[in-house]
Ligand binder design. Structure first.
Ligand code: PLP
Length: 364
């Protein structure tokens, strides 16, 4: 089955086979070595040349665990976060923040709108208790890229902390984490890094990590300071998903061998193939091209073709697409191109799509 949903993704045989390594105890040196390798490769991939300025902290859990851990661990007493919400994942950040009332201003937009960095700067200036800003990098809701580089510069110029949910961005989009002084960047194995779901991570600026160690613990299981301290001592606070980590380690080797820039180019090429062919078939993209990411496209459903029918007929042919969310659920469909996919897989999907569309048109 070819997965065209935004994670979990198809993985290579090499990554899959890494699950079949020897059983190892998480309190033994083999596990410490594995975790050390994963942490080192994450820095090599995402903060190249600035490895000594960042640390990578691994968590067992899906991407949301890394986002929640970042938010819960990043605030001194009495300080709050400005949060930007222009999609389902921005909404999730707002929900996480609401559980402990850690927010000060929510800057909210419609799902097809790009946040205005100036509005974020104004909020920072107006709110003395704002410690920083949290926002999504690639809003997977519609496949929209947020202006995180610009916002990072503005937050940095005010001495604020910038926290980024790059769960669906890392590996698929360029992100200048070190150059733009991003403080915390949350990611996951199971999207553009092409590993399995079950392990996520946070890249943290080392100077900031020293502060995080002193902040109040607002969560017991997801407190980043605990994970950091343990991992720096070659241990783990809780039982990690050892086999999934082993596969992640292999996926990171693959990423480094392919090269992050080449991975991004490959995704961009596949997204272009999908968009060109859909346009030729008269299927309209929801977002204008300048807002679109490299790894996901939202399309309006063709007239008279219900999502379930489209989904089921494509699945019969070996392809899984993804529904829209919220008020767009019955009006759009999404096609992601994350994972160990070849151009031939995309060609196969587009052929199947055309066939399903032609039959539907004939039937009406
Ligand atoms: C996938 C995703 C997440 C995390 O989702 P999980 O199901 O917890 O892995 C968070 N943010 C964004 C932008 C995502 O695309």
């Amino acid at each position: 089955m070819i997965l065209l949903n935004p994670g979990p993704v198809n993985v290579s045989d090499r990554v899959r086979n890494a699950l079949l390594g020897p059983d190892i105890c998480h309190r033994e040196s083999e596990c410490a070595e594995l975790i050390g390798n994963v942490r080192r490769k994450l820095l090599e991939a995402f903060v190249p040349g600035a490895e000594s300025e960042y640390t990578a902290i691994l968590l067992t859990g899906s991407g949301t665990a890394a986002v929640e851990a970042s938010i819960m661990s990043s605030l001194p007493p009495g300080k709050r976060l400005i949060h930007v919400n222009n999609g389902v994942y921005g909404e999730r950040i707002s929900s996480i923040i609401a559980t402990q009332r850690l927010g000060i201003v929510e800057i909210k937009y419609k799902w097809d709108a790009v946040p205005d960095p100036e509005a974020i700067l104004r909020a920072l200036k107006q709110q003395p208790s704002a410690h920083g800003v949290v926002m999504v990098h690639h809003e997977t809701t519609l496949g929209l890229l947020n202006p995180v580089n610009e916002v990072a510069d503005l937050v940095d110029s005010r001495g604020g902390v910038f926290i980024v949910d790059a769960v669906s961005g890392l590996g698929g989009e360029t992100l200048d984490i070190a150059g733009r002084h991003m403080y915390m960047v949350a990611g996951t194995a199971g999207k553009c890094i092409q590993g399995f779901p079950g392990v996520s991570f946070v890249l943290v600026r080392k100077g900031f990590m020293e502060n995080v160690l002193k902040y109040p613990k607002r969560t017991w299981y997801l407190n980043l300071a605990n994970y950091y301290t343990a991992q720096e001592n070659g241990t783990v606070p809780f039982t990690p998903a050892v086999q999934v980590y082993a596969a992640f380690n292999e996926a990171l080797s693959e990423l480094l061998e392919e090269g992050v820039a080449n991975r991004i180019q490959r995704y961009a090429r596949m997204a272009a193939l999908i968009r060109e062919r859909m346009a030729a078939l008269g299927v309209r993209a929801v977002l204008p091209p300048e807002f679109q990411s490299n790894s996901l496209t939202a399309f309006h459903l063709p007239e008279g073709l219900a999502y379930d029918v489209l989904h089921d007929r494509l699945k019969e042919r070996g392809f899984v697409i993804y529904a829209g969310q919220g008020h767009l659920e019955s009006r759009i469909f999404r096609v992601a191109n994350m994972g160990a996919l070849q151009e031939s897989d995309i060609e196969g999907f587009l052929g199947a799509f055309e066939e399903v569309l032609t039959r539907a048109n004939r039937a009406t």
